[in-house]
Design a protein around this ligand. Structure first.
Ligand code: FAD
Length: 384
């Protein structure tokens, strides 16, 4: 059930206040220490932010896509690392269970994911299977009344804290490609799971990605997502649809933040005896950034509404992800330019955003993969 206009406005205002009062002041500290403080994470949990997209019957906020997008705009107004802490529980770490889980799997994991007690992680990528996700090599061998998982996953967000992994593994080694892949819900502490040292990243410090190695990890048959083999790839792709809209909304939020910072700096910084905001060449950069941000925002809102109406938005979610993530890259680049030398100096925080937003064009499908999805949709007979 969608929230009333009033409840949504209250939620968005509460998140905006939290971002402004609690998160923005510690952005630099989190960037430097590579750690989001525990009390801040607890506050996010108390606000229900770990369960935005999880249905109310499992303790989540049960937001529609449009509602989630409005909250994600606000979360984008600060360092993307904060959003990443709760991102997997709302997106890739929980959606497979919501969409494909058995009633028992939902009951077992969703309440904990919604409250933030359990951290969900999505383990699809492997050393030799990135964009080509259908080529995963991790094996799930049937043994007795369960399965034995073996293989290596790479760049898994929130792996060091994960209470449950959605693991995509090949149950049918004789069926190459996507059809042989199944999804498993694997509790984090099982014997044989090895979490690698967190990778050192370009940005988004404060959240962690690691390798996850499955050394003959034994799981019962009821760990198979939905109790059906061979639907893992379909599950992964549907999960990414929602995730792509969420990421697009965060990109819009970050662009709004960078634009606000750029406008403020340009109004204060004086050269040639006047604020640089009075120079039309600076104004042009501000206008370009605003226009592109607005275009992305409009796309994201419209696509979110259509998804809520039940339309297939696979292609348009990719169009949003591609445009919004490329857009925020350009906005961040212009922000550095408007700040001049200060844009390159850590104290001003702009260079941190510049590094942080680079990731948006890579994960949950690179820009090239979004282009492929869009083109495939366009070329499918009867699409347009
Ligand atoms: C910080 C971070 C967090 C991540 N979190 C997760 C996570 O939680 N779970 C998870 O499963 N994965 C995660 N990933 C993995 C991420 O989704 C992949 O890195 C991404 O999909 C790209 O795969 P790749 O790195 O193997 O690049 P590759 O697939 O090797 O791509 C390299 C280049 O080739 C291009 N390319 C590939 N195929 C084609 C093609 N057919 N046509 C044209 N160009 C092509 C790509 O666009 C890219 O430019 C994360 C990655 C990072 C960096």
């Amino acid at each position: 059930m969608p929230l009333s206009q009033e409840s949504l406005a209250e939620l968005v205002a509460a998140v905006a206040r939290f971002v402004k009062e609690r998160l923005v002041p510690i952005e630099a500290e989190v960037g430097e220490n590579d750690r989001v403080p525990d009390d801040v994470i607890q506050e996010m949990k108390n606000m229900g932010l770990f369960g935005m997209s999880i249905p109310e019957e499992f303790g989540g906020l049960g937001l529609t896509m449009e509602e989630e997008v409005h909250v994600a705009f606000e979360l984008g107004h600060t360092s993307p690392a904060f959003r990443s802490v709760l991102g997997t529980n709302n997106g890739i770490g929980s959606q497979a269970i919501i969409l494909f889980g058995t009633p028992e799997q939902k009951q077992r994991y969703l309440p904990g994911l919604a409250s933030g007690q359990i951290i969900g992680s999505f383990a699809l990528t492997e050393p030799d299977a990135g964009s080509d996700a259908g080529s995963v090599r991790t094996l799930a061998r049937r043994e007795g009344d369960g399965y034995v998982l073996s293989g290596t996953k790479r760049y898994i967000t929130n792996a060091p804290k994960a209470g449950v992994f959605s693991v995509f593994a090949r149950t049918d080694p004789n069926t190459p490609g996507a059809k042989g892949i199944s999804a498993f819900l694997v509790p984090g502490g099982l014997p044989g799971i090895e979490i690698g040292k967190p990778d050192r990243k370009m940005g988004q410090h404060g959240t962690y990605v690691s390798d996850v190695v499955f050394n003959d990890v034994r799981v019962p048959a009821n760990a198979l997502l939905g109790g059906v083999e061979g639907q893992g790839f379909k599950a992964a792709m549907q999960v990414l649809d929602r995730g792509r809209l969420h990421i697009s909304a965060v990109c819009v939020g970050v662009a709004e933040r960078l634009l606000a910072d750029s406008v403020r700096y340009a109004s204060e910084r004086q050269q040639f005896g006047k604020p640089i905001a009075e120079f039309q060449l600076i104004q042009a950069m501000l206008a370009d950034s605003y226009t592109e941000m607005l275009a992305a925002k409009s796309m994201v809102l419209e696509t979110a509404r259509r998804r809520d109406r039940g339309d297939d938005v696979n292609m348009d979610a990719s169009a949003c992800k591609m445009f919004a993530s490329e857009m925020v890259g350009r906005v961040a680049d212009r922000a550095v330019q408007i700040y001049g030398g200060a844009g390159y100096i850590a104290d001003y925080g702009i260079e941190r955003f510049y590094r942080d937003v680079r990731l948006f064009r890579l994960y949950e499908g690179t820009t090239q993969i979004q282009q492929i999805v869009i083109a495939r949709g366009l070329l499918r007979p009867g699409t347009r």
